[in-house]
Write a protein that binds this ligand. Structure first.
Ligand SMILES: [Fe+2]
Length: 233
């Protein structure tokens, strides 16, 4: 539910060949449904939606032919925060997750409390369900689990990267992920994969780790049931 697999639209997959390689890796990891989340960020990633949809559609057709079962590909967006998010979503300039009310919301690392609270509230108050993308990178949330809890109580959801759970971003990050799980403040795990060789799409190890640490039922909730809510029509 968080990956940059659509080719030619952001800093993710460079071309269709690379995107197909990523799909094959995902399939081997046991993944059968993917919500692709190209970046939208002013002055950095502003690929016209028409082009994003075109590239997505080409990849969606390829995904159906991966492995024996195929992969269902859906379209979402990693939406970097700005002042007009709700209006842009309403006007369909930026996409929610697979047409649902969920919005994968990205903050810059040093974003202050006031900005995090205000941006999330503006989405929630208009009926959207913001998911804080890789929360482990947000200093103000990472250093204060009570603030994470406050945002979840307000209606935000929390995502971490699979590699962070596995300790690839350092021990402190891994410990924070564990803390989130124990406090029942984690809702989604994504790969945030940008290619087949850097931050590769590995989900299986993270699933097995969470199942061992927190129980099979918990792992199923985070890796299967919660993301499935975004693609149920
Ligand atoms: Fe991302």
């Amino acid at each position: 539910m968080h990956c940059h697999i659509v080719p030619h639209v952001d800093d993710g997959a460079d071309n269709m060949e690379e995107a197909i390689k990523m799909l094959k890796l995902e399939y081997a990891e046991g993944v059968r449904h993917i919500i692709a989340t190209p970046h939208f960020r002013f002055n950095m990633f502003e690929t016209p939606l028409e082009k994003v949809r075109e590239q997505y559609e080409a990849l969606r057709r390829e995904a159906l032919n991966i492995g024996e079962e195929g992969i269902d590909l859906y379209l979402g967006c990693e939406f970097h925060v700005n002042m007009n998010m709700a209006e842009m979503l309403r006007d369909k300039k930026v996409l929610t997750m697979a047409g649902s009310k969920y919005v994968l919301t990205e903050f810059s690392g040093p974003a202050p409390h006031s900005q995090i609270r205000e941006r999330l509230y503006s989405l929630i108050s208009r009926g959207y369900k913001p998911i804080i993308a890789h929360v482990e990178r947000c200093a103000k949330l990472r250093s204060d689990i009570n603030f994470v809890e406050e945002m979840v109580e307000m209606g935000a959801r929390i995502q971490v990267n699979a590699e962070s759970i596995m300790g690839k971003e350092g021990f402190g990050t891994k410990r924070f992920c564990n803390k989130l799980m124990k406090a029942d403040l984690l809702h989604f795990v994504g790969t945030d994969s940008h290619g087949s060789s850097y931050r590769v799409p590995k989900m299986k190890d993270a699933y097995l780790y969470v199942a061992k640490k927190m129980g099979e039922e918990y792992a199923e909730q985070i890796f299967i049931d919660n993301p499935a809510r975004m693609i149920k029509k």
